[in-house]
Design a protein around this ligand. Structure first.
Ligand code: PEP
Length: 250
């Protein structure tokens, strides 16, 4: 069986010293994990410090976004190539805060995702519908629109780099969690899209959106869910510890 994935997104939180303190707790926790792969995405500012603190253990360290060009005049950006060189394992792309607060277009997200794949990082691709789209009955269309361009980037060689993170936008940081039936329906639609586009590809599917110790057991039990992308609860050691225990024992 492949391992459960538990990916923490620290967003714009924690200075390097605070980040290394927290990562050293996670490094100790995950040293002997049986069936959980933990990954953490700190701010760009803290990545180097966190990598140094977590060398030679089971943790994946990654970034919250990445630029597709190797280097050049791209003010404010960090490239997938640079992240790979310093030792990152993965990058998120398409996070709802980038889509909706920073207005990243699907076209830009496709380019970023292609860079992440080209430089051999794992791609944790985030996608999901807004509340307005859900209420208008547009979820299936949004899944198609956001997944098809990414599936076009996938081939037999890079397929193992892909991790899909389904995150209904209305559930992120709000305390509202999708119902188990919603998650089941989305997983089956996602699988259908993957099967119809790249039948050889079987990417792990994560759920994200207000995952907490009191709802994670049920979410992880949904067939086809391999783990979670966690924001708020990954900043609090006690909460993350509970998620990790659920993952290890499920
Ligand atoms: C996220 O940032 O991807 C996320 C799911 O956040 P939260 O767990 O806080 O809802």
């Amino acid at each position: 069986m492949s391992k459960h994935l538990l990916i923490g997104n620290w967003k714009m939180n924690l200075l390097p010293e605070e980040a290394t303190n927290l990562i050293s707790q996670y490094a100790t926790l995950t040293k002997n994990s049986k069936q959980t792969q933990v990954g953490i995405a700190p701010t760009f500012l803290a990545i180097s410090a966190v990598l140094a603190e977590s060398l030679h253990n089971n943790l994946w360290i990654g970034s919250q976004n990445a630029h597709h060009e190797k280097d050049g005049a791209f003010t404010g950006e960090v490239s997938a190539a640079m992240l790979k060189t310093i030792g990152c394992s993965f990058s998120l792309t398409g996070h709802s805060e980038c889509r909706h607060l920073l207005n990243e277009s699907q076209d830009l997200i496709n380019k970023r995702s292609s860079g992440v794949l080209d430089y051999q990082l794992k791609l944790v691709y985030c996608f999901g519908e807004t509340l307005a789209e859900k209420e208008a009955g547009l979820r299936s269309q949004v899944l198609l629109d956001q997944l098809l361009p990414i599936m076009e980037l996938i081939n037999e060689k890079n397929q193992e780099q892909l991790i899909l993170a389904y995150e209904p936008v209305w559930a992120i940081g709000t305390g509202k969690v999708a119902t188990i039936q919603d998650i089941k329906d989305s997983v089956s639609e996602i699988n259908e899209i993957v099967k119809n586009t790249k039948p050889f590809c079987k990417p792990p599917i994560l759920y994200g959106g207000s995952v907490k110790p009191d709802n994670y057991q049920q979410i992880l039990a949904v067939q086809g869910i391999s783990g979670a992308l966690v924001g708020g609860a990954s900043l609090k050691y006690e909460q993350f510890l509970e998620l990790y225990k659920i993952s290890e024992n499920s």
